[in-house]
Design a protein around this ligand. Sequence first.
Ligand code: NIG
Ligand code: FE
Length: 400
Amino acid sequence: MSNSLLVTRIGSLVTNDPDIGVGPLGIITDAALVIENETVAWIGPTGQSPAADNVIDAAGAAVLPGFVDSHAHLVFAGERGDEFAARMQGQAYEAGGIRRTVNATRAATDDDLRQILNHLAAELLHSGCTTFETKSGYGLTVTDESRALQLATEATPETTYLGAHVVPAEFANDPGGYVDLVTGEMLSACAPHSKWIDVFCDRGAFDADQARAILTAGIAAGLQPRIHANQLQHGQGVQLAVELDCASADHCTHLDAADIAALADSNTVATLLPGAEFSTRATYPNARTLIDAGATVALATDCNPGSSFTTSMSFCIAVAVRDMFMSPDEAVWSATQGGAHALRRDDVGHLSVGARGDLLVLDAPSHVHLSYRPGVDLIRQVIVGGSAVRAPQSIERPPL
Ligand code: NIG
Ligand code: FE
């Protein structure tokens, strides 16, 4: 095979394909896998491994699909560590803090923003996110939103126009005028650089009628909808997500029984963001209720300077297991296949033949260790399209 990579002696391979392995994670033990031309070309027992140009000996370690982070805000300048410190001493989180990052982002040069974006994208990749989404939303002018999205396209195809993050200070007395801008000139400037349209439908941001107008305009311009919903209080955001067939309703912190039933009966993924509840000291949503009702749940980092400044999906998995009542298996599925569903991608999030060759070799015998060993960097190797982007660490280890 040309340009091929064989990963062999995999102790436990998570494929997320129940047709080829055990359980919902489609686990195969003592497995091997070949990636050719950036896609998975063969999966089978180690003993039947074909020859390949390059070989990785997993030596009994677990292998899983690369994480799919379906929610991040990476185009911004400045940081807000002082707000985090104040919150940990009792101050409440409110949407208004976004405007502070807007001021810093508008003042930054393209190169400043590119450098921050690239740094955070590299952090994501290093911690195992082989696919990630990123949003605008800290520019809030036609020029600043469209430059954010142009920069974002340099880093990922999953770009989201979030002109409707908050109403900027200069429109404080004319929120309707800002919605007109977001659905008019700003949309025209941003749509060519965006796959998605998003709106923050919550207290201090946009109400359900404004959100409906914004998402509907985006859909008419060829964008696909997703939404920030029910983070700070209960509202109509989740119902709107289902009404408009949004790929995902993100946060879902405050849900009632009707929201859960609506999500379960829809194609809309409930994307949970453990970093946001952690960093705002909010009550975690209960993933168990969503999963038991039949909803599809994804986990994402929500990396942003205000409410969740983490690029670690492993951290999100551990918190989701501990505080959102997901099983370790469910959390790994939600961080991989769940994220792929939230981005409506069928080429990532699983390791069936024909999927992209994006995978992680863990420094552990099982994916369960991602939550069992919280705070420990267990990502030994990151493979994207069959190429190693994170080399093995050189420290000596006992046998797994
Ligand atoms: O997803 N909820 C809205 N947006 C971000 C927070 C942004 C900020 O505080 O700067 C979020 O949590
Ligand atoms: Fe967000």
